[in-house]
Design a protein around this ligand. Sequence first.
Ligand code: FEO
Length: 399
Amino acid sequence: MYHIRNITKDVVWIGASDRRLALFENLFPIPRGVSYNSYLIMDEKTVLMDTVDNGVAGQFFENLEHALSGRALDYLVVSHMEPDHCAMIGDIVRRYPDVKIVGNAKTFTMIGQFFGTDCSDRAVVVKEGDTLSFGAHTLHFVMAPMVHWPEVMAAYDETDKILFSADGFGTFGALNGGIFADEVDFDRDWLDDARRYYTNIVGKYGASVQTLLKKAAGLDIAVICPLHGPVWRENLGYILEKYQKWSTYEAEEKAVVILYASVYGNTASVADALAGRLAENGVKKIAVYDVSNTHVSELISEIFRASHLVLAAATYNAGIYPAMENLLSDMKALAVQNKTVALIENGSWASTAAKQMKEKLSELKNMTILDTQVSVKSAMLEGQEEALLALTDAIMETL
Ligand code: FEO
């Protein structure tokens, strides 16, 4: 059954949601599924804004055919060549043999790489600032390199004031009927997944996102249509403010996130004791995670959110416990910055975890590592809590 929604009179959402896929990019758990958004502009010409992932091809073509109402497809605009959006290009060309494909020079290089043809007979190559008119609607192309991939471009519909933002402003999560952010409780039900999507997929490219946000500030935008998740037509300031913070690596809130890597529970016990002491001191926003038990994408998202981190790790093979080492590598890969960090180490004979965590953190920008740290020998026993109280005080002084 077709499932389409009008964004404006002429612009129709024709995307689809996947609730079967376990791992997005074969990497990120998506228990709430994911949507692949595609949009159709019905004008003197018909214009498809991106295709979808293979996994939802059937639903997508049903939607497209219904929305076209028997008309042919004249144009396909390719904003991004990652296969979750470009997988259906070949099928589109087979079904609509006269379709023209709009992209930038890098788009067509990638079309060649993925499909073995550069589509030169049907290519319409655009660059920054170019416009294409399809009747009442004119699209203005805005290059957004590295707002996930190098060929990414956004498009601004000058008529309906819509920004087609590619992966920008996207989120994990299947759409459940409501396709607009104002039809759902975004802050309660979507923000965590939006942050996890942004920080893990685009997090490394904050400077590129800043460039796009500055270009967007010069446009009169009424609607943001991303390639994943809800469409924004109200309260755009809410999501723009989140993007401003995430892309400048500014914490969303004063909060303490305690991340522990514990072999038998003794390091975990110290982490919990610290959380309790902080709560006694009036800290309300505290989150504690077992890094062995929580997907690293969730940890990265929480690290972006919070101002303060506590890393507590056992020493293992004379190094950092592997789950924590993996987290530190991901923090570096995703350009985590601007955090205050406290360290706790544990070791039954030769503790080296704190020293090594410090070395890893020194590779990140603008990290303040507290001098006060806790070194546990096997377990923190009653009567040994002095170091924990000192660390609590040191964290409180910075909050
Ligand atoms: Fe949704 Fe970068 O692909």
